[in-house]
Design a protein around this ligand. Structure first.
Ligand code: KG4
Ligand code: ZN
Length: 337
């Protein structure tokens, strides 16, 4: 019998709902929150209020687009963490209420695991190329920069992590210094395509093993700009594309070098990227070149599955459903998972 799951994602600033049947995505709706744009980052209180306003219409649309009736939903899944507590609470409470009202199982999902599982979403044409295990995945977003090894769909081990900021945060914070609206990552990517990546160079921190660090880059970028602005108050305006290209090159090369190291240390050549920053064209192109050189079987997610979405929560929940891993009404969201 087919298994139909309603999945909810509300860990940060996107309210998303998806309907997933037997691991296939029937619908995936995302309501973003432009309200954070002028603040240079997500304002937690505003995010949870927006989730509260969006959750019911988004779920309603997801069910409609999937052509599914509430009676057909066999289980409801939600992001338990990591994320912003107030945001997580909205999705968690909605899912609990839905499960209780319909008397169906409740499935809690780890947001990071879900990001990596986008590589296991079958494409509509059925021609999906799936990774084999063990699978090495770099999860890189506004909140995380983490290297994981997946032994199967649900068991993952972290082998590298950021010791301070996430890579997406470095994009966003440096973007703010250049007067770009939040989230600056996509804008920097776009401007970088017109710039010279060798125009400026920024120091890359030496971090041990497979860990990352991005807070120093933000500081050196700030000092560099302040120095240049003393001589020319229009320095940013005149050099924005070159600044973006050079910054992107610095961040991307830090990510790629750790991924190469991780592959060498683990011997794994089944490699993927996931999370918001995996949309970055510099990272995607750079990794495609490395994959060819090193014989990697590389998995790059479709753009629609890079940023936060409920389809990934639904696919993770499907594998948990198959294992019978459900949770109770006493479950609480966890900001740190
Ligand atoms: O996965 P995501 O939607 O949310 C988190 O879990 O953080 O990622 C959002 C992050 C933001 O920092 C945004 O600037 C970054 O992903 N991002 C990008 C690009 N698209 C989104 N960074 C660089 N280049 C992009 N094209
Ligand atoms: Zn995320």
């Amino acid at each position: 019998m087919a298994v139909t799951i309603l999945a909810i994602e509300s860990s940060c600033d996107d309210t998303s709902a998806a309907v997933v049947r037997d691991g296939h995505i029937l619908s995936n709706l995302i309501a973003g929150q432009d309200i954070h744009m002028s603040y240079g980052g997500v304002v937690p209180e505003l995010a949870s209020r927006a989730h509260q306003a969006n959750i019911v219409p988004v779920v309603d649309q997801a069910l409609r687009r999937a052509g599914t009736d509430v009676e057909e939903i066999d289980a409801v899944a939600f992001t338990r963490g990591p994320g912003l507590l107030g945001s997580l609470l909205v999705g968690t409470s909605f899912a609990k209420g839905f499960a209780l009202a319909r008397d169906i199982p409740l499935i809690d999902v780890n947001h990071l695991q879900a990001h990596a599982l986008v590589h296991f979403i079958p494409e509509k044409d059925g021609m999906t190329r799936l990774p084999e295990f063990p699978f090495l995945c770099l999860i890189v977003s506004g909140g995380h920069t983490r290297l994981i090894v997946m032994k199967n769909h649900l068991d993952m081990e972290t082998i590298g992590n950021t010791i301070d900021d996430a890579a997406g945060e470095a994009f966003d914070k440096c973007g703010k210094l250049m007067d770009l609206l939040y989230p600056a990552g996509p804008l920097i990517d776009k401007l970088a395509s017109r710039g010279n990546s060798k125009a400026f160079s920024f120091a890359k921190p030496k971090v041990k093993d497979l860990d990352f660090s991005f807070s120093g880059l933000k500081t050196s970028f700030l000092y560099f700009l302040n120095d240049k602005l003393k001589d020319d108050p229009r320095f940013i305006e005149k050099n924005r594309a070159d600044l973006c290209a050079s910054l992107q090159e610095t961040i991307v090369s830090m990510l790629i070098s750790k991924l190469i190291k991780a592959s060498q240390l683990t011997g794994i050549k089944e490699i993927g990227i996931a999370g918001g920053v995996s949309a970055n064209s510099g990272l995607r192109n750079g990794l495609a070149l490395e994959a060819e050189k090193r014989g990697w079987n590389l998995f790059i997610p479709p753009l629609s599955y890079t940023t936060d979405n409920a389809a990934m929560i639904g696919i993770a929940a499907y594998y948990k459903y198959l294992r019978g891993e459900f949770t109770g009404q006493d479950v609480a969201p966890q900001a740190r998972y």
